[in-house]
Design a protein around this ligand. Structure first.
Ligand code: NAP
Length: 247
């Protein structure tokens, strides 16, 4: 299996895209650290699902915007598996408003979790990834970071901020042989889309050349490639997984 023995920390992986990534990597033989903030039951379901297919997984509760709590993820990871080879910064939130209505609190909350969480996790796992054989940093951005989206000035800013961060860390890691890349999913069938009215979703789907939303497995398959040794010569990239939205 392509991920045999590699240890992967995936933030926000009790549900949604993170859960899809955790299960996919677990099935491929990775040791998985399932981070959750509120979805404790779902985190344990994810672990059961991974273990039922012969994989190894542990749960770590932490709000990624809180550095002390991220230290707990690192402790859990080190106690269970020794070190981390692959960090997937997946945890993210939206707080949508047309810009003139957006409060400073809504702006800051999105920055604190989407970018601050990436800062905390990357810094605390930096040495692990540097020292790993073929270490990997994978940041889950969004098509919205490239295209913008009505009502998402905060989220689009955070998601495009991930591009510059990833390219910079890719340069820093390069001397040690580790890589850093972004995956930019298009609209994906998860709870995050629950607040989008059906009419708007229909319009979104009509604008996707492949005529459907992404499934979490579509995103997980690309993350699996980037997490594995197959992607040794890919770094500093943003890989779009959006059904052709920018064609
Ligand atoms: P989702 O279904 O809303 O799930 C969000 C996940 O993030 C949950 O696992 C949640 O954990 C976790 N999370 C939120 N705040 C956190 C915090 N402070 N600390 C730790 N975990 C936190 O979202 P999703 O659709 O799976 O999105 C996953 C990632 O993909 C996000 O970065 C999102 O921006 C990106 N993305 C999504 C789409 C889409 O259309 N769905 C498209 C492009 C990019 P708990 O449940 O434990 O609280």
């Amino acid at each position: 299996m392509s991920m045999d023995g590699r240890t992967c920390v995936i933030t926000g992986s009790a549900r949604g895209i993170g859960r899809g990534i955790a299960e996919y990597l677990g099935e491929e033989g990775a040791n998985v650290v399932v981070n959750y903030r509120t979805s404790e039951g779902a985190a344990h379901d994810a672990i059961d699902a991974i273990e039922s297919k012969g994989g190894s997984a542990v749960a770590a509760k932490a709000d990624v915007s809180d550095r002390a709590e991220v230290e707990h993820i690192r402790e859990v990871c080190h106690d269970a598996f020794g070190q981390c080879d692959v960090l997937v910064n997946n945890a993210g939130i939206t707080a949508d408003k047309q810009f003139t209505e957006m409060s400073r609190e809504e702006w800051d909350r999105v920055m604190d979790i989407n970018l601050g969480g990436m800062f905390n996790c990357t810094q605390l796992f930096y040495d692990d990834i540097w020292n790993a054989d073929e270490g990997r940093l994978i940041n889950i951005s969004s098509v919205v970071g490239k295209q913008g989206n009505f009502g998402q000035a905060n989220y689009a800013t955070a998601k495009s901020g991930m591009f510059g961060f990833t390219r910079t860390i890719a340069l820093e890691f390069a001397q040690g042989g580790s890589t850093a890349n972004c995956v930019a999913p298009g609209f994906t069938a998860t709870d995050m889309l629950e607040s989008v009215p059906d009419k708007v979703l229909d319009r979104i789907i009509a604008g996707i050349p492949l005529e459907r939303l992404a499934e979490v497995e579509d995103i997980a398959a690309v993350v699996r490639f980037l997490a594995s040794e197959d992607s040794s010569y890919v770094t500093g990239e943003v890989i779009d997984v959006n059904g052709g939205m920018d064609l």
